[in-house]
Design a protein around this ligand. Structure first.
Ligand SMILES: *Cc1c(COP(=O)(O)O)cnc(C)c1O
Length: 377
């Protein structure tokens, strides 16, 4: 089976982990600090606060920005559920804007529509965007909205380590940005995450939040959590950081090979990379766009049959994501039943992600292409 993702672990990671084990200093320490410094400087922010996961990094960033009960945060319905859940953890309310179906990212036009429809605009505090699948959002329009409505901007970069918009890296635009180093992401540590910011005030708050509100020895001046990272995981991610550009370049090359060979298939729409964007292909995501109305009317059934067919042919494809967040049972039951976001709902029935990770061999890519070409629609 060709897996959908696989981490690249070499001698470098193993050597680093052994050094940590031999040192006896397994919890958060020098390795974590070094990773925070190197990663934040790689992305282009002043500070990095490493956390136990991308989810805890999201929670930490929102709390540091003072998001709390009664606040509204605009976000995307087409992301991993952690993005919206972190807003709920703070007691705030996610307000979903629709997506641009060509890029899968939140639509600036829809954000403005949602803002204009607010009955009490003073409750709106922040915009939490996700750079999905490795492609950044339309940052020029997003930044315009952020300035116009005086919002806090948080970037969820869990899938976009190394992605760029007009030469600037994802994670360098927001008041705070968040990364995940979960085992399937472009840069991994097993489990882990980071909040990046260039604000010393936010940095200080984040440090407290991840460490039980600690402000000094046995002094705790706010409510906090244990969201700390650790040296073993930092040792892995420091080794990964050295080769992230190389790993992303292989993803881009694999994506290019797939696109070159799939472009003539009429019923498929391929990943779109707008001019000026650097896509890092966390996922290579196709959309099923058949011309027959009959097939379009039953698109999710066709998509599911296509995913199953690929799996039966030894290729682990997956529908990512098969349901937008507002259609997840938990959200549906808790106030989102009458929310309609047609683009996100439609796209979630069309999408199929296929393997693009750096450990694929040319024969794996060719096998995938052959299987797709032989699919009987
Ligand atoms: C993976 C992911 C997260 C959560 O990260 P974890 O490290 O798994 O907690 C959040 N947002 C997006 C978009 C993700 O892909």
């Amino acid at each position: 089976m060709i897996p959908l993702s696989r981490p690249v672990i070499t001698e470098d990671e193993k050597r680093n982990v052994l050094k940590v084990l031999n040192s006896g200093m397994l919890a958060s320490g020098d390795w974590v600090e070094e990773f925070e410094k190197k990663f934040s400087s790689y992305i282009g922010t002043k500070f990095g606060i490493a956390t136990s996961s991308g989810t805890t990094a999201l929670h930490t960033a929102l709390l540091a920005l003072d998001i709390g009960p009664g606040d509204i945060v605009i976000t995307t319905p087409f992301s991993f559920i952690a993005t919206a859940n972190a807003i709920l953890y703070c007691g705030a309310q996610p307000l979903f804007a629709d997506i641009n179906p060509a890029t899968f990212n939140i639509s600036p036009e829809s954000i403005e529509e949602k803002i204009k429809s607010l009955k009490n605009p003073s409750r709106l505090k922040a915009l939490l965007i996700t750079h999905l699948f490795g492609l950044t959002c339309q940052m020029d329009q997003i930044l315009k909205i952020v300035r116009k409505y005086k919002l806090k901007l948080i970037e969820d970069c869990a899938q976009a380590t190394g992605a760029e918009f007009k030469g600037k890296k994802a994670g360098s635009f927001g008041h705070a940005s968040v990364f995940s180093f979960y085992s399937t992401k472009n840069l991994i540590s097993g489990e882990g995450g980071m909040v990046l910011t260039s604000s010393p005030i936010l940095e200080k708050q984040c440090r407290k939040i991840i460490n039980h509100g600690r402000s000094g020895r046995f002094i705790h001046d706010r409510l906090g959590y244990n969201y700390r990272f650790n040296n073993i995981a930092a040792a892995i991610s420091l080794a990964q950081l050295k080769k992230i550009d190389q790993l992303n370049a292989i993803r881009v090359k694999n994506a290019h090979f797939l696109s070159q060979n799939l472009q003539d298939i009429g019923w498929l729409s391929l990943p779109f990379v707008p001019l000026g964007y650097k896509h890092v292909f966390h996922q290579y995501t196709l959309k099923l766009t058949p011309s027959s109305k009959e097939k379009r009317d039953h698109i999710s059934a066709l998509r599911n049959r296509f995913v199953k067919y690929l799996q039966e042919n030894g290729i682990s494809a997956a529908a990512i994501y098969p349901k937008p967040i507002h259609r997840q049972p938990f959200y549906y039951r808790n106030g989102y039943k009458n929310i309609h976001l047609p683009e996100a709902e439609k796209v979630s029935q069309q999408v199929v992600s296929i393997p693009v990770h750096p450990l694929l061999k040319e024969k794996d890519l060719k096998k995938t292409i052959r299987a797709i070409k032989n699919f009987v629609l």
